[in-house]
Design a protein around this ligand. Structure first.
Ligand code: DWN
Ligand code: ZN
Length: 410
């Protein structure tokens, strides 16, 4: 992509033009573009953010494509900064190596492997390769002993990898196939890489959770597609592969772990989830139009509550500064007048300001010294682990505001 931004007019998966607009979030900054003090002085880049449903293949997607080099070459998100993700990926490593890795010479490729958390748990069992465009994060992955290629993924990269390393027994793509504009090319590349008998495992946020119990805040420029199994299977089938197993897992609200191959028998889990998706009508635009109303209703409730707390002299601090939090803060216009500051465990975010509304980000230590009355839990997807860690805060009368799907206070 030459320019920094283009608006597309066809579906990323099937190429159809039968697209229905579901949500318009207006002009938005990039969700991971945290700013330093110097950058606050210049004008910040903002881009339109609109969501549409494809009536032909059932894929929910954004229409606004920001150049991936702008989004991903320098990246402020590291997997291991969110403690619950470490056992999650170690568990995944165990499951996949036990079942699918047979020899030390087998190749295991992780697309978008970030700081190498998953592959570090696999590297003693076989050859591993992380392919990730974030040049600032590659050294962290290499420090873990994980061979790392700083590149975007598609058929071109797949060809190069096959030439150098041969086919892969397992290719994983965790929380990354929502992020690729030419998604047909990415799936085709993964298909080439697994050859005849390898498997592809894709973890991706489940759109049924996004429009049901999860938040609209997962919508931002990095996330180009919001997958149902129905939509994903349509694409995979059109490329000569099939989904043979799927697990719903409690990550980022609810995600799907989708197992894909060319020749394995389809298991009941696939038929079960497809049936469930039919029941909740994930293949129909109406389900998505209802979601729009939910977002607007929640906005009113949360903004009114925060304004009332502020009027009553309460101090509210954001817990976590996740990318998704920046959609919420900007769409709900929550400025430092309402949210004093945010805390986040990611060193790269500390000392910076959140995109758009410019809330300052500090290490969690700050809130230990200047204890707030309320934490707005922007990292709501880790609510259970965080509540446990912050038991003391709650025992002392502190409260958490969970912002989505409907605001509640605990
Ligand atoms: O798809 C994506 C997902 C997987 O990761 C990306 N496009 C970007 C990113 O999204 P996110 O930033 O919304 O992800 P998380 O994992 O929900 O981010 C949580 C944030 O909260 C991190 O910045 C770390 C921070 N955190 C914290 O400060 N205290 C997290 C935990 C668990 C904590 O206790
Ligand atoms: Zn389509």
């Amino acid at each position: 992509m030459e320019k920094n931004f283009i608006k597309k007019n066809s579906c990323s998966s099937c190429g159809g033009k039968n697209l229905i607009q579901i949500l318009d979030l207006g002009m938005m900054p990039l969700a991971n573009a945290f700013l330093n003090e110097e950058e606050l002085k210049s004008e910040e880049k903002k881009f339109p953010l609109t969501v549409a449903f494809c009536n032909d293949c059932a894929l929910l997607q954004i229409m606004d494509l920001v150049n991936p080099s702008v989004l991903f070459k320098e990246y402020d998100y590291i997997t291991s900064a969110s403690a619950p993700l470490i056992p999650h990926f170690e568990g995944m490593a165990r499951i996949l190596t036990n079942e699918f890795i047979k020899s030390k010479n087998d190749l295991f490729v992780d697309v978008g492997g970030n700081d190498g958390t998953l592959l570090a748990a696999i590297k003693d069992n076989c050859r591993v390769l992380n392919i990730d465009p974030a040049e600032n994060i590659a050294p962290l992955s290499r420090e873990r002993g994980v061979e790392t290629l700083s590149d975007f993924f598609g058929t071109e990269t797949a060809k190069n990898v096959i030439e150098k390393y041969g086919s892969a027994k397992v290719v994983t793509a965790n929380n990354v196939f929502a992020h690729i504009a030419d998604i047909r090319d990415a799936f085709a590349g993964a298909g080439m890489l697994i050859g005849e008998d390898g498997i592809l495992v894709v973890e991706v946020h489940w759109v049924g959770n996004l429009i049901g119990d999860g938040g609209f805040d997962q919508i931002y420029h990095e996330h180009l597609c919001y997958w149902s199994l129905t939509a994903l299977k349509n694409l995979v089938n059109s490329l000569g592969m099939d989904v043979f197993r799927v697990d719903l897992i409690p990550f980022h609200g609810q995600s799907m772990r989708v197992f894909i191959s060319r020749n394995r028998p389809v298991e009941n889990s696939v038929l079960d989830l497809l049936k469930k998706e039919k029941e909740i009508q994930l293949d129909k635009k109406e389900a998505f139009l209802n979601f729009r109303e939910k977002v607007e209703k929640n906005k009113k409730i949360l903004v009114n509550t925060l304004n009332d707390l502020k009027k009553n002299g309460k101090k509210v601090v954001a817990y976590g500064a996740p990318a998704k939090g920046n959609t919420l803060l900007n769409y709900f216009e929550l400025t430092p007048e309402i949210i004093d500051y945010a805390t986040d465990t990611t060193p790269m975010k500390q000392g910076k300001f959140t995109p758009g509304v410019h809330i300052p980000v500090f290490s969690p230590e700050k809130a230990k010294k200047e204890v707030p009355d309320y934490f707005l839990l922007l990292a709501w997807n880790y609510a259970d682990a965080i509540m446990k860690n912050e038991d003391e805060f709650r025992k002392n009368g502190g409260k958490f505001i969970i912002p989505v799907p409907e605001m509640w206070i605990v």
